[in-house]
Design a protein around this ligand. Structure first.
Ligand code: ADP
Length: 603
């Protein structure tokens, strides 16, 4: 049985034969068309899906197809039409007759022959086979057509994917934001041949959506960067996407409720707007417009979505880079400003330091002269016979002399400091012992020790080896330290002075030292002040007490003693430092000052 719905074209001028064939094929449910002339045969052939043609060779072929200029011969010409330009039949044929030796048959390749008189079973079998064959051929052709289409579609997608990956690679290498946006719209517009492609970014301050870059097919758009849309006010596809944070596709903008027509883009027919999301943060949109309706295939949309995501990341990177650049420029500016401020402060400090030095120098010179006069006259007065007799008169004269002496010491300290600062301290080294230094000093202070009820203990001083040093200068060091020990120790306290000999081998060279420690049972020094007390003019004493005695408990001082002592010790290639458990006027933890001096001075 032929396939259901098989259409058969029966070409014959013999009504008897037509009837006969219809009768036979009626049993197999085929639809038979038996046109009377060429015109109706042609229209039947064009309008219906004909599977097979049955040709009565006896009545149809009267002349060769070249001479088909009358209607008699048109049916034979039709046979000619059933073949394609390669001479292959487009449908199969069954030829009925007894003489198959006709020139027209040369054009027919798929032919079966049924002799007269027709044997019904033979005809039905041939029809069945050929219809089936034709059906299969059509299905095969359809498959082949579909495959070709798919191949075409696939190569188009492939090209677009390549383009999108090219674009993505390219845009990732651009860090300048404006340049990047411009490149992206231009690449998408030209590579995908869209009408207008634009990027809009949302302002974080105002929330307005601003056109940043646009690329129009074949020219410049009147829509210029800087053009703004306001969400909630302007109804457009772009504001819709920014508000709903999801893509929007209008395949035909004429029918779209959100489309905002603009004179600047008169040819827009379809619009696809994609959100630019980077890490859940909507930065703006990429808007693609086409001058054809229904142009955005779902696959295109997918590719463009991927491209939009990559664009968002590239924009984010570029803006981060921009921010970092901006921040580093700001930082550099701040650093420069700070450096200039510091330079200025430094310059002012140097000026101040210089002023101070100048001041001390002038002060010491200017004070020394009148002081010599005061001293000289005071001594003169003291030796006057009236003063010798009158103890009431002697008292103020002695006071003037003590004051002048204190003043003299102060000026000397300032001059020493000046020399240390300007590195012009000259040492006059001689061989001496620590005992040589201490004996006269302690002799002068014995009265103070008595009045302040201070106990002085010396240990291992006389056994110390001799050293090379400047007697006067080292005398000043010990004088400052012992005076401080007295000054910061309450009455009834104790002062220990002890020494030891130290040596070490350094690169086979023997290095020898004496270390002298002056320990007191005074108020102590806090850990954070142990170093700072050696700086110039540093004093914890009450400034208002500066005129008080130099050995009075917590008596004031100019804050020069330790810094002069350090200057002198270091000029002797030695070291000076302080140790103390802490500062406490109630418990008096005490302090120890150490002086380390080399036995010999390297020249
Ligand atoms: P001045 O004694 O004139 O203040 P110094 O340079 O001699 O200046 O000492 C600086 C500071 O070090 C003193 O103000 C004091 O706070 C601290 N200091 C020095 N010697 C002692 C000590 N033996 N015990 C406690 N504090 C001391």
């Amino acid at each position: 049985m032929a396939n259901k719905g098989s259409n058969i074209l029966l070409l014959s001028h013999h009504n008897v034969l037509i009837k006969k064939v219809e009768q036979i094929l009626g049993t197999i449910n085929a639809r038979i068309f038996a046109p009377e002339d060429m015109t109706s045969a042609l229209s039947i052939f064009q309008d219906n899906d004909i599977h097979l043609a049955i040709i009565d060779t006896e009545s149809v072929f009267h002349s060769p197809p070249q001479q088909t200029d009358n209607s008699e011969n048109t049916l034979s010409h039709l046979c000619y039409l059933f073949t394609d330009d390669k001479g292959t039949s487009t449908i199969p044929f069954i030829l009925i007759g007894n003489d198959f030796n006709k020139p027209e048959l040369e054009y027919m390749s798929e032919v079966s022959y049924v002799p007269l008189p027709i044997v019904p079973s033979m005809l039905t079998a041939e029809v069945h086979n050929l219809c089936r064959l034709q059906q299969m051929r059509k299905e095969f052709q359809q498959l082949a057509d579909e495959t070709t289409l798919m191949k075409l579609e696939l190569s188009k997608r492939n090209k677009q994917l390549m383009l999108s990956s090219q674009i993505a690679r390219h845009i990732n290498s651009i860090l300048n934001l404006d340049e990047l946006l411009h490149e992206i719209v231009q690449l998408i517009q030209t590579q995908f041949r869209y009408y207008f492609v634009s990027i809009w970014l949302i302002s974080s301050e105002s929330g307005e959506i601003e056109l940043k870059a646009g690329s129009l097919h074949g020219g410049r758009s009147h829509l210029q960067p800087g053009f703004k849309l306001i969400p909630g006010k302007d109804k457009s596809i772009i504001t819709y996407v920014c508000q709903h944070k999801k893509r929007y596709l209008a395949q035909n903008v004429a029918e779209d409720p959100y489309y905002l027509p603009t004179d600047a883009l008169p040819d827009t027919k379809a619009e696809l707007c994609l959100p630019l999301n980077a890490i859940d943060n909507l930065m703006g949109v990429i808007d693609i417009e086409s001058d054809r309706v229904d142009v955005f295939h779902p696959d295109d949309v997918e590719i463009l979505m991927t491209l939009a995501d990559q664009t968002a990341i590239a924009i984010r990177n570029a803006s981060l880079y921009h921010q970092v650049l901006q921040a580093s420029e700001d930082l550099e500016e701040k650093i420069n400003a700070r450096t200039n401020e510091l330079k200025e402060t430094n310059r002012q400090l140097e000026l101040l330091e210089q002023n101070k030095t100048d001041f001390i120098q002038i002060l010491s010179h200017e004070l020394r002269t009148p002081l010599t006069l005061v001293n000289g006259y005071a001594e003169l007065l003291l030796t006057h016979e009236q003063a010798e007799k009158d103890s009431f008169l002697r008292q103020p004269i002695l006071g003037v002399m003590t004051g002048a002496q204190r003043l003299q010491e102060l000026i000397d300290s300032m001059v020493d400091m000046l020399k240390i600062d300007s590195r012009s301290l000259q040492l006059m080294p001689q061989t001496l012992s620590i005992e040589n230094i201490l004996t006269p000093l302690l002799g002068n202070l014995s009265e103070v020790f008595n009045t302040r009820h201070l106990n002085l203990v010396m240990d291992n001083i006389t056994d110390l080896p001799e050293i090379e040093g400047d007697l006067d200068l080292l005398g000043k060091v010990f004088e400052h330290l012992i005076n401080n020990a007295i000054k910061y120790t309450p009455d009834g306290g104790r002062i220990d002075i002890y020494g030891r000999y130290l040596h070490q081998n350094f690169d086979d060279i023997l290095e020898e030292f004496v270390e002298v420690a002056i320990h007191d049972t005074g108020i102590g020094i806090s850990a954070e002040q142990l170093d700072i007390i050696f700086t110039k003019f540093y004093t914890t004493a009450d400034v208002s007490l500066h005129s008080s005695g130099k050995t009075k408990f917590k008596g004031g001082g100019p804050g020069l003693g330790l810094s002069i002592a350090r200057g002198i010790v270091e000029a002797h290639q030695g070291r000076i430092w302080a140790e103390s458990p802490g500062y406490d006027e109630a418990t008096c933890p005490g302090s120890t000052f150490y002086i380390l001096l080399p036995l010999r001075q390297e020249r």
